[in-house]
Write a protein that binds this ligand. Structure first.
Ligand SMILES: [Zn+2]
Length: 467
């Protein structure tokens, strides 16, 4: 496995800390509202990474935090006059519903910030002891001048930034503009925790350091997030964790690029802002939305348009129809074909190579469509036999381990009785008993089952499925 590591700035070969295992942390949602499609682009890519490692036989442990205390959640819950817990619970539930809708596999752990105050306080105490943090009237701050490697991830020259930039610092009492709050002391009307370092609440950055190390160890394999998290969030995570432990925090950093809509930055004021729920309301299918969000390489900007979503819908339908035909054809018994085997083997090889090469999903996708095209060509030329059809279906299911766009179960099944009739009709036809064959066709038609003769065998459809 090779992929682009933000920290070293190059494509690197992945070497896990523990053989056959991947431990990864992915920055999760702040549960103050419904997540938007830009957020889901990241979560879906992280799902692809997770599935790719599993595909190659790794055991994956993934942690995604739920930020259920911060300025936004506090402000919104106060506006509505409900408790922070009730407010964030609603959007936490919505988040889980949405990721299930998009078939994003569940991570192993979803720690909530409010349930890990103790771990954060421990970490801050360490930073105070080691001289990386200082106490002011309004907060405990991290002193970035004490951390030599600050800026190594984002390549930002912090020293120059400090000299040149004079931004409004009235609100803060910190020594340096770039210093950030680890712990914010109690303010009127805000929720707070009573702790050894005083009454207050954690800053955002400290939660990711505390919770990632709790579940994955002081050093772990991969940390992911959107490119907008590189600075300052991830830079600060490194400073906090490495300051406290003196060990390397993360071995590989992977960052997902932005999503724009019609070539513009998504924003509520421009009217081009979409949550998943908005798109479902318009009538788009979750599988199509998933497919669109995963199909652009993660290091390129994804330009989201309704046109592209329509195209994704068509693409998903193509895969679905291919699957449906495999499931509803009564395949003829036939010798296995070396050509089919060769297509399956070559396509899967190409597919694996694409995934191994910096998670090249775009190439993996086109490989799937090429595969479908080639098999369809054989189907319409001489047809494929039952044994080959099983190999093809098996291969399609392999692709689906990554894409996950096929129906969970085929909604249309036919009863055993009907299936027997189809078989009987086949036999009658072979015996040139066309009268009986036609009779059976009519019986099935009355039951809403339409038959279609193909090179590979007879294919059935339920009338309700044909739109
Ligand atoms: Zn984070």
């Amino acid at each position: 496995m090779k992929f682009y590591d933000t920290y070293s700035g190059k494509i690197v070969e992945f070497k896990p800390l523990h053989k056959g295992e991947v431990r990864m942390y992915t920055c999760g949602p702040t549960v103050y509202d419904y997540a938007h499609i830009g957020n889901f682009r990241s979560y879906i890519f992280e799902d692809i990474v997770r599935r790719t490692f599993k595909y190659f036989g790794y055991k994956v442990t993934q942690v995604m935090n739920i930020t259920d205390v911060d300025d936004k959640t506090i402000k919104k819950s106060a506006e509505l006059g409900i408790s922070l817990k009730d407010y964030t619970e609603k959007y936490t539930q919505a988040f889980f519903e949405d990721i299930d809708t998009l078939r994003i596999e569940r991570a192993e752990f979803y720690p909530k910030a409010t349930e890990h105050i103790k771990e954060m306080v421990e970490l801050i105490k360490k930073l105070l002891d080691k001289g990386y943090a200082y106490i002011k009237e309004d907060a405990i701050y991290y002193d970035i001048s004490k951390f030599e490697n600050y800026g190594a991830l984002s390549k930002i020259d912090v020293k120059n930034l400090r000299k040149g930039v004079r931004i409004q610092i009235d609100e803060y009492d910190k020594d340096n503009v770039q210093d950030f709050a680890l712990w914010k002391f109690k303010r009127e009307g805000e929720p707070f925790w009573k702790t050894e370092i005083g009454e207050g609440r954690p800053g955002w950055h400290i939660e990711c350091s505390a919770m990632s190390m709790k579940y994955l160890g002081e050093t772990f394999d991969i940390h992911m997030g959107g490119v907008d998290n590189i600075f300052p969030h991830h830079e600060n995570e490194i400073a906090q964790s490495e300051g406290a432990t003196g060990k390397k925090f993360v071995n590989y950093w992977i960052h997902i690029h932005h999503l724009i809509v019609n070539g513009e930055k998504m924003s509520k004021s421009k009217g081009n802002f979409y949550t998943l729920r908005d798109l479902l309301r318009i009538g788009y299918k979750p599988e199509a939305i998933r497919f669109l969000l995963l199909s652009t390489h993660y290091r390129k900007t994804l330009n989201f348009t309704m046109e592209a979503l329509k195209q994704a819908t068509k693409n998903v339908e193509r895969v679905f129809n291919f699957y449906y035909d495999l499931k509803t054809t009564v395949f003829k018994e036939k010798e296995e074909s070396s050509e089919v085997k060769e297509i399956i083997g070559n396509s899967e090889k190409k597919f694996r190579a694409a995934l191994e090469d910096d998670f090249n999903v775009s190439l993996a996708t086109s490989t799937l469509f090429e595969f479908i095209k080639k098999i369809n060509k054989i189907q319409s030329a001489g047809g494929i036999g039952r044994k080959d059809s099983e190999l093809v279906l098996n291969s399609l299911n392999n692709y689906n381990k990554i894409f996950d766009i096929l129906p969970k179960k085929l909604e249309t099944e036919i009863e055993e009785e009907m299936y027997k009739l189809i078989k009987e009709r086949e036999k009658a036809r072979k015996e040139k008993n066309y009268k009986r064959a036609d009779e059976i066709r009519d019986i099935l038609k009355d039951k809403g089952i339409i038959l279609e003769d193909t090179q590979s065998g007879v294919r059935w459809k339920k009338r309700s499925d044909i739109s």
